[in-house]
Write a protein that binds this ligand. Structure first.
Ligand SMILES: [Zn+2]
Length: 72
């Protein structure tokens, strides 16, 4: 199975939609546990990395690539 690549500040799409109707989350803390913040309601949750990787569908916007574009 391919390992998902994500970084701090990335906006990710989760497999399950947040109760507020949004399924875009921003990664605001990385470590053994990942803290993600809902883009819609600003609610943040701390979840174990393994669980996050399982529940994450894809990276929608990468902070690193956005910064690279801004430099051009
Ligand atoms: Zn929400």
């Amino acid at each position: 199975m391919e390992r998902k690549h994500f970084e701090l500040g990335d906006i990710v799409q989760m497999k399950k939609q947040h109760p507020c109707g949004t399924n875009e989350m921003e990664i605001i803390r990385m470590g053994m546990d990942i803290r993600i913040k809902c883009v819609g309601c600003k609610h943040s949750v701390l979840i174990p990395r393994v669980k996050f990787e399982k529940n994450m569908k894809k990276v929608l916007r990468s902070k690193a690539s956005e910064e690279a574009q801004n430099e051009q």
